[in-house]
Design a protein around this ligand. Structure first.
Ligand code: HEM
Length: 473
């Protein structure tokens, strides 16, 4: 009987503690919908495609910056490129933090340096990953990527209707091969199953309002039998998976190193450099992004190309004109193929895979554009709003690679891929992702046609776009 009132009491206590920590300033906060008493904007924050609603609010309040509160948590949403650069690049020292999401800790994701708050451990792991994934180093993995892409093309040829499964196998295969030198043959591979399941749970747990315990960490102390503590069960299930994701592939690789059968890959390089256990984990960390985000990027490319056969034909003509028909494009051909490059940029613009990026947090109180941003404010970067800004990209909902070309067919200077984020926590795997996505698009365009499927009476079946609503789209 007393359980529900005590739960309410705990929540209220957490709320007041949070409110008391929010410093006040004479400067205004950025605009946003009027918060309600206690709950703030909890009810206003959408759970379906929030990036679209935030872009609409941005217009409504005539401000790139929006400020909302949810049960006492302060949230800043950046909706424009100029503000993103001001905050995440010019004020990078302050907005380098990530919010401490309680569910990540409970789910045992807190060894993942992409998700942890600013710390020495983050800096050390970021440095190691950055060194290994630098543009020059990534070129060394072109051979591995090309081999995977070739077997993907063979699977497409043999069984085109299963294209989704082939993409999944390709992206997981690229990740496993580049990082662990592990050759996966099917999506039933135990490492792939582990990575996919734990990532899906991670993406679902990150969003504002996903779990009350993210807002009120005090709830984590409640016993598992207490009403409203389903999050514990969810976290425990994920914990088992993340622990295995973290340990098993490295253990397997070490075995292969000892047997002398390990293939060249990032993790072997780390092991050879006698890095500490923590450093080796930075290799594992990349699994999450590689399988999830590369999968989404290449999937997006397929959707765009299938809906635009004329774009495929033009790009193929370009490839055949420049390289002939005897081989697949390689990274060294990239500067010679501007239309293909424009397709790559348009794919990355059309569906940024992390539409609200990965949340940041303010280390200290700050002032940006005359607005006060309190310490601890969680920052969501609305990348989707920036890549769909009609003032920058005319008819932004149309897939039109030509927007990246000058009238003479050369590439214009809009070459910053916003989908990778900004500043000092910009995507560390962007060069690897960039080359893998480009090589795949190039190989598939050079060899295949794309059409929507046809029904029994020959009519085209419209292609559905169904993306999930978690942190990773
Ligand atoms: C098309 C594919 C990809 C996209 C669109 C993408 C996008 C992003 C974005 C938006 C962020 C957050 C940046 C910020 O806070 O401003 C991020 C972070 C990160 N990405 Fe990626 N990513 C992709 C592929 C990859 C790959 C292949 C890897 C690994 C090899 C990777 C590893 C990471 C890591 C480790 C972080 C966290 C960095 C940190 O917190 O210091 N990503 N990514």
């Amino acid at each position: 009987m007393l359980l529900v009132p005590s739960l309410v009491l705990i929540v209220l206590l957490g709320f007041w503690i949070r409110l008391a920590r929010t410093r006040r300033s004479r400067l205004p906060l950025p605009p946003g919908p009027q918060p309600r008493w206690i709950t703030g904007n909890f009810k206003d924050i959408p759970s379906v495609k929030p990036w679209v609603t935030y872009a609409q609010w941005s217009k409504q309040y005539d401000s790139e910056l929006l400020f909302v509160t949810s049960l006492g948590e302060n949230i800043l949403i950046i909706n424009g490129l100029a503000s993103a650069i001001e905050i995440l690049e010019r004020h990078a020292h302050n907005f380098i933090d990530r919010p401490d999401i309680t569910m990540f800790r409970l789910m045992n994701w807190d060894w993942n340096f992409g998700l942890i708050p600013y710390s020495k451990r983050w800096a050390q792991q970021r440095r190691i990953s950055q060194n290994n994934l630098r543009k020059g180093n990534v070129m060394k993995y072109e051979g591995i990527q090309a081999a995977k892409i070739q077997s993907f093309l063979r699977s497409l040829l043999e069984d085109p209707e299963q294209f989704e499964m082939h993409i999944q196998l390709l992206t997981s295969g690229l990740a496993m091969a580049t990082i662990y030198g592990h050759d996966i043959k099917s999506m039933d591979d135990p490492y792939v199953v582990l990575a996919e399941q734990s990532m899906t749970m991670m993406s679902a747990a990150a969003f504002p309002g996903a779990f009350l315990v993210n807002t009120f960490p005090i709830l984590r102390f409640l016993p598992a039998w207490f009403p409203g503590t389903k999050f514990k069960n969810f976290a425990n299930r994920c914990r088992v998976l993340t622990t295995r994701v973290r340990n098993e592939p490295i253990a397997n690789l070490k075995q292969r190193v000892m047997e002398g059968t390990a293939l060249p890959c990032i993790a072997v390089k780390l092991l050879e450099e006698h890095v500490t256990k923590n450093d080796a984990e930075s290799g594992e960390e990349t699994i999450k992004d590689v399988t999830g985000t590369l999968y989404a990027a290449i999937h997006t490319a397929f959707y765009c190309l299938a809906s635009h056969p004329e774009v495929v034909r033009r790009a193929r003509a370009e490839i055949h004109h420049v390289l002939g028909t005897g081989r697949l494009p390689s990274l060294s051909d990239r500067p010679l193929l501007p239309f293909l490059e424009a397709i790559y940029r348009e794919v990355m613009r059309f569906y940024p895979i992390l539409p609200l990026s990965v949340p940041r947090a303010a280390l200290h109180d700050d002032v940006v554009g005359g607005y006060f941003i309190p310490k601890g404010t969680v920052v969501w970067t609305n990348i989707w709003a920036m890549t769909h800004d009609p003032n920058v990209y005319e008819d932004p909902d149309e897939f039109r690679p030509e927007r990246f070309l000058n009238p003479d067919g050369s590439l214009n200077n809009d070459d910053k891929v916003l989908a990778f984020g900004f500043g000092r926590r910009i995507c560390v795997g962007r060069h690897l992702a960039d080359s893998a996505v480009w090589l795949t698009i190039a190989a598939v365009i050079a060899t295949f046609d794309f059409y929507p499927a046809r029904g029994e009476s020959g009519e085209e079946i419209p292609i559905k776009t169904e993306y999930t609503d978690g942190m990773v789209w």
